[in-house]
Design a protein around this ligand. Structure first.
Ligand code: CP
Length: 337
């Protein structure tokens, strides 16, 4: 267990050692017990977190703000239009100024090729820790909550469990890649065998694929790629079907900005059968769980009978967003130097 994490940025899970990630999971479990018992845990009393959302959010916004309240502090809910970002203020100046007022900065910026760079620029200049609330590369607050949920369902040792991270259809071509990328770069470190399934145009950022392969090699976990959804589901203990965009493919084939929507929508239309159905759930292990970070595109990504069915753990996942973000903030904004 690593006890000295005060001041550390939470931007991608690859920036944290396995031991540090295990500390987050242990603290999250401790805080979940406290919350369940109704016991106060005002670890960040009188501390301020600045949350900057470049995109909409239900889970991330509310779990993070609730976390700060329950930890005894306060979160400012900011959007670029409420700040001078809308008039061009730089990430450097924003990071420096907010550092003078509070104890942490948290940012969601998912713009492709921009979000991660923006967050890292703020972090470079800020004197207080920066948390990634989702960018174009990773969604570490989601993947750590997913890992906690998997451990709750299957036990702490996930070695040999098969998780299929599968693309699904949804009538939107530009969704972030950060959820699948976050999963493939985190789960193999904890021994989970990952099968990544997607139609060929929905490839991920090469760096995240290389990280996934390297982590799998280090731990002996399997990391497989397939373009066949049925094949991927066979025998899986965890199915995680989720839509994402074809940003990387459009970049690879140099589609001009003005043509991206048309090209993206034409590609999407070819794969309407990539749906998580009851029939596909039967191909998985009989005790398999269905996971989704939400919001889900019901009827497109998944049948209601699956997401509302007995194998679905989506609301446990959503709840664990609270306990895990509380652990992250308590460790990096409070904790020990
Ligand atoms: N899963 C997730 O990040 O949800 P929100 O977009 O509602 O925050």
């Amino acid at each position: 267990m690593k006890s000295m994490l005060r001041g550390k940025d939470w931007i991608e899970t690859v920036d944290w050692s396995k031991e540090e990630l295990e500390t987050v999971l242990e603290v999250a479990k401790y805080l979940k017990i406290k919350f369940s018992l109704g016991e106060a845990h005002r670890i960040l009393q009188d501390k301020t977190l600045f949350m900057m959302f470049f995109e909409q959010s239900t889970r991330t916004r509310n779990s993070t703000e609730a976390a700060m309240t329950q930890l005894g502090g306060h979160a400012h809910d900011l959007t670029p239009d409420k700040m001078q970002i809308s008039h061009g203020e730089t990430p450097k100046d924003t990071g420096k100024v907010l550092s003078r007022y509070g104890h942490g900065i948290a940012i969601r910026n998912c713009f492709y090729g921009i979000g991660n760079k923006y967050i890292r620029e703020v972090a470079k200049e800020a004197e207080i820790p920066v948390t990634n609330l989702q960018c174009d590369v990773d969604h570490p607050c989601q993947s750590i909550a997913d890992l906690m949920t998997m451990q709750e369902k299957f036990g702490g040792n996930l070695k040999g469990m098969k998780c299929v991270v599968s693309w699904t259809y949804a009538p939107a071509y530009a969704r972030p890649l950060s959820v699948p990328q976050g999963l493939i770069t985190l789960l193999p470190r904890f021994g989970v065998d990952v099968t990544l399934a997607y139609p060929k145009e929905f490839n991920l950022i090469p760096k995240t694929m290389e990280d996934a392969q390297r982590f799998a090699k280090d731990t002996g976990a399997k990391f497989k790629v397939t373009h066949n959804m049925d094949e991927a589901f066979k025998g899986a203990h965890i199915v995680y079907p989720k839509s994402w965009g074809c940003h990387q493919h459009l970049k690879d084939i140099n589609v001009p900005e003005a043509d991206k929507k048309d090209t993206g929508m034409k590609i999407l239309a070819k794969y309407k059968n990539w749906v998580c159905t009851e029939k596909r759930m039967k191909m998985a292990h009989k005790d398999a769980v269905y996971m989704h970070p939400l919001p889900a595109d019901r009827g497109a990504e998944v049948e209601d009978a699956v997401i509302d069915g007995p194998q679905s753990v989506v609301f446990d996942q959503a709840e664990n967003r609270l306990h895990t973000v509380k652990a992250i903030l308590a460790l990096i904004m409070g904790g020990r130097p």
